[in-house]
Design a protein around this ligand. Structure first.
Ligand SMILES: *Cc1c(COP(=O)(O)O)cnc(C)c1O
Length: 221
């Protein structure tokens, strides 16, 4: 087995059933993704539109592509034909554009709403009020080509595990608070939280999807 294959195999042994592993492959060469593919792994996360489009064209068609980076509205059309799940919907405007491009491709695109949970200015996402307000609007309810499947959050970059836990907990609370809302385009099942450094903690706090990059592919490109 290669190092990547070993890392994935070991991680999978540690992750509880019901938690999905997304391998974050930004900046990593296609060869490394193929190593993961060879042992049956299919879910990859990318942060940049052009890199994702290039990899999608070059790699096997049964890969599930997750978009996890900041997405500009003018770039949605490039990934709309094939993207499996967009984790990083950080504005209502972006969600409306995804709906429009999904309609053009005659499909429904599954999305997670990225919520701002960190105590840092650099992180993106909707704040709770913005999210709640969006859910109540008629315009949201009219979107037919997106489906909101859950929430995503990124914790503060810190060694303070108590702070990280508190941030994950706040995302889980918002998830529970809005979970029972009924709409055709809304069905909260997923919480995408946890990366290489904090996924164990995220799982303890209710994560259903972890996004792991450097623990699989190493930290250098
Ligand atoms: C890069 C990235 C990850 C993976 O981070 P690692 O610490 O390398 O596991 C997860 N989520 C997002 C949004 C990222 O940009």
């Amino acid at each position: 087995m290669t190092e990547v294959q070993e890392n994935i195999t070991n991680l999978k042994k540690q992750i509880p059933a019901g938690v999905k592993l997304v391998a974050v492959s930004k900046f990593k060469p296609k060869e490394l993704l193929l190593e993961a593919y060879e042992i049956g792994f299919r879910a990859f996360g990318e942060n940049y539109v052009q890199e994702l489009v290039d990899k999608c064209e070059a790699l096997p068609k049964d890969i599930e592509w997750h978009f996890i980076g900041h997405l500009q509205t003018n770039k949605v059309k490039s990934i709309a034909p094939f993207v499996h799940l967009i984790h990083s919907v950080d504005s209502f405007k972006l969600l409306k554009e995804i709906d429009k491009q999904a309609a053009r491709n005659e499909r429904v695109i599954e999305c997670l709403i990225q919520i701002y949970i960190a105590k840092e200015d650099s992180k993106t996402g909707m704040d709770k009020a913005e999210y709640l307000e969006m859910l109540e609007s008629e315009e949201f309810k009219s979107l037919k080509n997106i489906k909101v499947k859950g929430l995503m959050g990124m914790s503060t970059f810190t060694d303070n595990m108590d702070l990280i836990r508190e941030e994950f907990r706040s995302l889980k609370e918002l998830f529970e608070q809005t979970r029972n809302i009924q709409a055709d385009n809304f069905s909260l099942d997923e919480i995408s939280m946890g990366m290489s450094g904090d996924w164990q903690l995220a799982v303890e706090e209710g994560s259903t999807m972890i996004r792991v990059g450097s623990s699989i592919f190493g930290s250098r490109g």
